[in-house]
Design a protein around this ligand. Sequence first.
Ligand SMILES: Cc1ncc(COP(=O)(O)O)c(C=O)c1O
Length: 287
Amino acid sequence: MTKVYLNGEFLPLEEARISVLDRGFLFGDGVYEVIPAYGGRLFRLEQHLDRLDRSLQGIRLAVSISHHDWRDILQSLLPTGEMGDQAVYLQVTRGVAPKRDHSFPVVATPTVFAMAFPVVPPEPGQAELGVAAVTLPDTRWLRCNIKAITLLANVLLRQQAVDEGAAEAILIRDGVAHEGTASNLFVVKDGVITTPPDGPELLPGITRDLVVELAGLHNLPLIQAPIAESRLFEADELWITSSTKEIVPVISLNEGPVGEGVAGPVWRRVWALFQAYKQQIRAGLVD
Ligand SMILES: Cc1ncc(COP(=O)(O)O)c(C=O)c1O
């Protein structure tokens, strides 16, 4: 029986109900987080909760759940004992308003929902197979740094990539590549790793930030700078990162090979550092 959290209660998934007047349902008026848990330990929880706070501030929604309370709620959702890796999904919406009106209701209680689900991180042999990507015009809004549940543009763009036989779309705005539909972007050229800087055009990924941190700790040259679309096609390596997919080499772009058309040596090094970091999480040495 899957147990979920809804508005202060833990209950079986089948019994969790919200109103059809919830503004999350009617307007996509809410924000979310996805947080992996390795060996029962939540990955970079504080960073995820800080980003949640920024998303909530970004949509002007006040929620009175402290980080300490969040930790208790999310930890309670994780199965105990021997288990594979998990992730928790949490979502906060502006709640139920008596009338469907775009402007904020005078009084509304946020709807808070969370659940855990199993994740299967890619095995080394599988990860290095990489994926295909395509470039597509970024049709999203200009507040992509908010992790909003309003994901229709991302959904349509990802589906277009899938229809074109690719796993992800790399999104281009004014000739600049910012991120994927559900991932951040890294380019490697002549041994130097580049990722776009934070800004309204992209989500500040927690995986991305860890890659930046690991590169710094291990003296790998990494810069945060805008990436012109043309540079994607001259890259030695391209990677995309996200909490559930980790670090994925992009081996073909718009049907042409990226670099040698196989996972590259810089990816191999960073992927190994990331796996070692995960082992430290499992051992309770870091979070
Ligand atoms: C648009 C977008 N960019 C980047 C990411 C990667 O963020 P994180 O590493 O925190 O999962 C995601 C994750 O879902 C995303 O939806």
